[in-house]
Design a protein around this ligand. Sequence first.
Ligand code: ZN
Length: 55
Amino acid sequence: MKTKTCAICGLDFGVLYRIQIKKGKAWLFACKTCVEKKQTETHYKYGGTWKGKRH
Ligand SMILES: [Zn+2]
């Protein structure tokens, strides 16, 4: 299974969420825990789920 690094906490995960936390077009990948922390922010935007495992 492939993993990707969470842009916020720096740990590797098999599933990450594509989010925007700043105004503009900069997307980043964050883990579930970090997404939950950022969800309340003004510029938070959800852009999909990344999965390392294909089925
Ligand atoms: Zn994280």
